[in-house]
Design a protein around this ligand. Structure first.
Ligand code: ADP
Ligand code: MG
Length: 193
C-alpha cells in the first residue's frame, strides 16, 4: 500500500506556500521528483521551496542548461530533464553525479529518469484540474517512496495547513489535504473518474 497526500492549490502563491512548507523537513541528500505538464507549476513549487531554504536569487526552470545550482541553507541542485530526449543522453551526462549527498536535489520531469532515482525519494505530481472555470487550480499529489518520506510529508502537511489558513482564512473549512491509500500510480486518475 502506498499512502499519498493530495491537495488542490488555487493560486501560484498557494503552490509557493506548499513548496515552502516542505523546506523545514528537507535534509542534504533528499531527492524530489516533480512531474506534470508545462505550466503545471513545478517551477513555482521549487521557488517557494528554495526561498524557504534561504535562496535569494531568481529561481527559474533550467530547461536549456539542465542544472541550476543555488546556495541556501544547503546547496540545491535544480534539474530539468525535459530536453533530454534520449536516456543515453542522460547517462552520458553522468546523471548520477548530480546526486550530491551534501545537496537537496530537485528534478523537474523526474519521471523521465525514474530508473536512475534513489530508492527513497519524494514524487510530486502536479496537474491542472478538469474544471474549466478554475484556471488557477492545481491538483498536487505527494507520493512518498520510503517510510522517511511518509513522515516528512505529514510534517509538511501540518506546516502547510497553518500557512495556507493564514494566507486565505476564508477557505479554512477543515483539512485541505486528503490521504489516499492505494496502488502505485493510480491515485490521481481514480479521484477524477
Ligand atoms: P512548470 O515548471 O510546471 O512548467 P511553472 O511553474 O513554470 O510550470 O508555471 C506555472 C504557471 O501557472 C505560472 O505562470 C503560474 O503563475 C501559473 N499558475 C496558475 N495557478 C497556479 C497554481 N495554483 N500553482 C502554480 N502555478 C500556477
Ligand atoms: Mg519548470
Amino acid at each position: 500500500m502506498q499512502r499519498s497526500l493530495r491537495v488542490v492549490t488555487r493560486s501560484p502563491e498557494e503552490t509557493r506556500i506548499l513548496g515552502a512548507s516542505l523546506a523545514p523537513v528537507l535534509l542534504p541528500g533528499d531527492v524530489l521528483s516533480l512531474s506534470g505538464d508545462l505550466g503545471a507549476g513545478k517551477t513555482v513549487f521549487v521557488q517557494g521551496l528554495a526561498t524557504a531554504l534561504g535562496v535569494t536569487g531568481r529561481v527559474t526552470s533550467p530547461t536549456f542548461t539542465i542544472l541550476h545550482e543555488y546556495e541556501g541553507r544547503y546547496p540545491i541542485m535544480h534539474l530539468d530533464v525535459y530536453r533530454l530526449d534520449s536516456f543515453q543522453e542522460i547517462l552520458d551526462l553522468g546523471f548520477e553525479e548530480f546526486f550530491d549527498p551534501r545537496a537537496v536535489v530537485v528534478i523537474e520531469w523526474g519521471e523521465a529518469v525514474e530508473q536512475l532515482l534513489p530508492r527513497r525519494y519524494l514524487r510530486i505530481e502536479m496537474r491542472r484540474t478538469e474544471d474549466p472555470e478554475a484556471d488557477d487550480d492545481r491538483l498536487i499529489v505527494f507520493k512518498p517512496r520510503g517510510e522517511d518520506w511518509v513522515r516528512k510529508v505529514l510534517g509538511m502537511r501540518d506546516t502547510a495547513e497553518a500557512l495556507l489558513d493564514a494566507a486565505s482564512p476564508d477557505q479554512s473549512t477543515g483539512s485541505r489535504f486528503e490521504v489516499v491509500a492505494g496502488p502505485r500510480g493510480d491515485e490521481t486518475r481514480r479521484k477524477e473518474a
